[in-house]
Design a protein around this ligand. Structure first.
Ligand code: UDP
Ligand code: MG
Length: 312
């Protein structure tokens, strides 16, 4: 029989984990005539009792495996570790907080096995329950990144998806250190079917995202999937050169015709500060790309395992 690997990144999820386990076991039971399951939990350096719970679950249930990191490496690293260590013919990534309804797996599995898709992904149809200002910035972000990048980023796409082994291996073949999975999933191609559902609040515990983390994540995405911002310096440079030429001509003509009373100190200050601002901005953008390049060339591991269900 074929097997589905359920990869679950967990960071301080002691409150949500029992609910999640109960639900996913229920679904596994419903599908047990069709397919086997393996539940691969990745403990991303939790500071609460998540790891103890996972040890306990793996003792009681053979299908439960876990990987425990030596510290918090972030969800992207946890997903990568999960995909890399999964053994199933199909692989799915799910949040531990039940925001990704496990019952969708039944439809997803049918769509892949019967309709021949390589991947069934999910996106939320609305941004209800989200602060309006955050929705606004999210919309702007998707508009911007889709204009600049050739890789399509789907608005509201979640990480919850069921993939074939072939597609999983394609995603894993990208070993970059700065991982932006939304883009990586899209970059590999393959036939993807999108399912929509209404956003669900997490069952228990706290979200780990705040506005600044989301902003940093958005910048990460832009830098990972487009080099368009690097062209800003060139474009601004050309525009400013043209402007300077016009100004030079205006000033020469003015001086020849009316003489040159000394003045223009305020305008000079404005021009100098504007131009230094533009220069620093452009240097900053180059710096962001340079920093990513620096991190990539170091070739540091994406995650470090401290413990798994096999070696304690
Ligand atoms: N997560 C993780 N490492 C982190 C942050 C989050 O593994 O550093 C996991 C978390 O346990 C959850 C999933 O990623 O299973 C999504 O996190 P969260 O629910 O906080 O994000 P949201 O659903 O609010 O986007
Ligand atoms: Mg969540």
């Amino acid at each position: 029989m074929k097997m589905i690997s359920v990869v679950v990144p967990c960071y301080n999820e002691e409150e949500a984990l029992p609910h999640f386990y109960k639900e996913i076991v229920k679904i596994a039971k419903e599908m047990d005539d069709k397919v086997d399951f393996e539940f691969l939990f990745v403990n991303d350096g939790s500071k609460d009792d998540t790891l103890d719970m996972l040890r306990d679950l793996s003792k009681r249930d053979d299908r439960v495996r876990y990987i425990s990191f030596s510290r918090n490496f972030g969800k992207e690293a946890a997903m990568f570790a999960g995909l890399e260590n999964s053994k199933g013919d199909y692989v799915t990534v799910m949040d531990a907080d039940l925001q990704d309804p496990p019952k969708l797996l039944i439809d997803m599995y049918d769509l892949i096995t019967k309709d021949g898709y390589d991947c069934v992904a999910t996106r939320r149809s609305t941004r209800k329950g989200e602060p309006p200002i955050r929705s606004f910035f999210a919309r702007c972000f998707y508009k911007l990144i889709n204009k600049m990048s050739k890789t399509e980023m789907v608005d509201g796409a979640r990480d919850f998806r069921l993939m074939t082994r072939q597609m999983t291996d394609a995603v894993l073949s990208m070993k970059e250190y700065n991982r932006y999975s939304k883009g990586l999933f899209s970059f590999v191609g393959f036939d993807t079917k999108w399912l929509e559902y209404e956003n669900i609040e997490r069952v228990a515990g706290q979200t780990k995202w705040n506005f600044w983390k989301l902003l940093a994540y958005a910048i990460e995405g832009i830098i990972a999937f487009t080099t368009a911002p690097l062209a800003i310096a060139a474009v601004l440079g050309v525009v400013l050169c043209l402007l300077a030429f016009i100004l030079i001509i205006v000033i020469i003509v003015k001086t020849l015709m009316w003489g040159d009373p000394v003045g223009g100190w305020p305008s000079l200050v404005c021009i100098v500060s504007l131009l230094s601002g533009v220069q620093l901005l452009c240097t900053g953008i180059i710096g962001e790309y340079l920093a990513r390049t620096y991190l990539e060339t170091k070739g540091r591991p994406i995650y470090i395992i401290k413990e798994t269900e096999k070696k304690k």
